[in-house]
Design a protein around this ligand. Sequence first.
Ligand code: GRF
Length: 196
Amino acid sequence: MKRVAVLISGRGSNLSALIAAQDDSYKIVLVISNVEGAAGLDKAGAANIPTQVILHNGKPREAFDGEMDVALRRAQPDIVVLAGFMRILSDGFVRGWEGKLINIHPSLLPAYKGTRVHERVIAAGETLSGASVHFVVPELDAGPVIAQASVPVHPGDTPQVLADRILAVEHKLYPEALKLLAADKVRLQDGLALFG
Ligand code: GRF
């Protein structure tokens, strides 16, 4: 049974999916939010998962990351999951959790890294988009992909409609990918996701 910590900033719908999917492969032991009152904190609380708020405001990036690192080390997670965590993490923090830190991004990486993904996908006339779960490396959204799911982009889709369609598959994809990692069926080695 792997111990999992989840970092959030907002509504926490992926967190809810991860909570619901807990089985004997992983257990969520801590949820940290960098935003006070984030809806995801209530979802964790309702599931009796310890929560902590660590505010980033007015702190140098390294100081904030250092506080998170201390909180995480205390909880001793085997895996740290970013689920709608809207802060860029310092290289030092990422290296400290290398191979144990995963994120979900609402595009078919390596396409459409960064923000305003759905606007850009629609503007480019793509007919396919999706979500990717990846190991986190210092370069933003550039880590090796563990699992992906695709959805169609329909003519007339708004960014919100497309985001909602992708979110529905995120909720299935993220627990699946986490279970692969929790079961030691995938690992980060030499910058690659190795399976088996
Ligand atoms: C998701 O779309 C995820 O792909 C992105 O942030 C959003 C988080 O949503 N990284 P939620 O907080 O899990 O509902």
